[in-house]
Design a protein around this ligand. Structure first.
Ligand SMILES: Nc1ncnc2c1ncn2[C@@H]1O[C@H](COP(=O)(O)OP(=O)(O)O)[C@@H](O)[C@H]1O
Ligand SMILES: [Mg+2]
Length: 381
């Protein structure tokens, strides 16, 4: 089914991913409704209609679904009943099976491994006996993660020795979890694919990501990896999208091991933080591609126009007051994106900077210098 400009798109979730999606949708003449529990959301500030309701308020969810032509997600951790209530009234892209798999680390890794795509070694932890068996099978060091609802490193505990497993599981509230082998990383990359309603696919070239305190810090494109890995990563995204009969945008986060193997870390059935640089640096942004995919339009070209970098702006930058925006804007090649959030909590994603240059290193150094300029160093007397 095709939804042309003028149609109304529903976005579940109210964060910055929905905000930038809504900007892309508005540019092409679409209308946008958003539903999220919070008020005055980053998405709501751009949308035509913002509905404030918890995701389990199924009456509100039904009214939201009835008023739009197609629904997509910017936040995938909505209850299964919510997705079902939406699906009863309108088209939902991507489909609920994709969402169900991506919401749960055990289902996700089991599914991807079943396609013959290598994943981080893992074992499920749902009982005391499984915890012991997982430690024996996976070994240490490892990372214990909650099966659901983790993001930005939340719901994860590192395990250095077998004796720490018990207290790590306690720290996660003895909830359903997954034990992963701690991967000796060379680097981390992500690939953002899209699949249209006609089955056509595209993938952006791999983006290279560095994290700080388990939160994405800086991304650069193109990733500095060998061509066979670039192909393997693109093939993996396509294989997952085909197997799920996926319509929409899908990001896969990969680990590249020191011995040159590619392992799937996790899936995101929506735009991804690493893809924010596509807004300024690619022919088609990840947000426009999401729009094209879910509306049944032809997909856009994903080529990178110039090496680029993105640096996240977390709430920590506000510790000594409002950052000095003009200092970053002094760099003419740097673009500032802010999400309209009013409460700058530590670790909260408030905005990002992007830059393009002749090399990825040049772009990286530009965004880092611009970010440093945001917080004037105190003069030492
Ligand atoms: N098994 C692992 N081995 C090594 N590093 C890991 C592992 N799992 C997570 N990490 C690090 O923590 C980051 C966040 O973990 P991830 O599983 O992607 O959760 P989130 O949902 O919080 O993004 C990863 O990008 C990586 O840097
Ligand atoms: Mg991640």
């Amino acid at each position: 089914m095709r939804f042309g400009p003028g149609s109304t798109i529903g976005v579940l979730g109210g964060g910055q991913l929905g905000r930038m999606f809504a900007m892309a949708a508005r540019r092409l003449g679409y209308r946008v409704h958003t539903l999220a529990p919070e008020h005055d959301t980053p998405t709501g500030q751009i949308a035509d209609v913002e509905i404030n309701a918890p995701y389990d308020d199924l009456d509100a969810v039904r009214r939201f679904a009835q008023a739009v032509d197609v629904v997509t997600f910017e936040f995938e951790n909505v209850p299964a009943e919510t997705a079902a209530a939406v699906e009863a009234h309108t088209v939902v892209r991507p489909n609920h099976r994709a969402l169900h798999i991506a919401q749960h680390r055990i289902r996700e890794k089991t599914f991807v491994a079943g396609l013959g795509v290598p994943v981080t070694p893992f074992a499920p932890v749902r009982s005391q006996a499984e915890l012991a068996a997982a430690v024996r099978a996976i070994g240490v060091p490892g990372v214990l993660k909650t099966a659901s609802f983790g993001y930005d490193g939340k719901g994860q505990v590192a395990i250095a020795s077998a004796g720490e497993a018990e207290s790590a599981w306690d720290a996660l509230g003895r909830t359903e979890a997954i034990l992963e082998a701690f991967v000796d990383l060379d680097r981390e990359i992500s690939v953002i694919g899209a699949r249209g309603a006609d089955g056509s696919t595209t993938a952006f070239d791999p983006i290279e990501n560095s994290h700080r305190r388990h939160i994405l810090d800086v991304s650069v494109a193109p990733a500095d990896i060998a061509p066979p890995l670039v192909r393997a990563a693109g093939d993996a995204v396509r294989a997952v999208m085909e197997a799920l009969d996926y319509i929409g945008l899908l990001c896969i986060e990969f680990f590249v091991t020191r011995d040159g193997r590619l392992l799937v870390n996790e899936l995101a059935p929506r735009p991804h933080n690493s893809g924010h640089l596509t807004f300024d640096a690619c022919r088609t942004s990840q947000f426009e591609q999401q729009l094209r995919a879910i509306c049944g339009l032809p997909l856009g070209a994903t080529d990178l126009l110039q090496p680029a970098a993105m640096a996240n702006l977390l709430g920590d930058l506000w510790t000594d007051g409002e950052p000095c925006w003009s200092a970053a804007l002094e760099f003419p090649e740097v673009k500032l994106h802010l999400y309209g959030k009013t409460a700058p909590r530590p670790g909260r994603k408030m905005g990002h900077l992007t830059a393009a240059a002749r090399s990825t290193e040049g772009a990286r150094s530009l965004v880092l210098r611009a970010r440093e300029a945001l917080v004037p160093r105190r003069v030492r007397l």
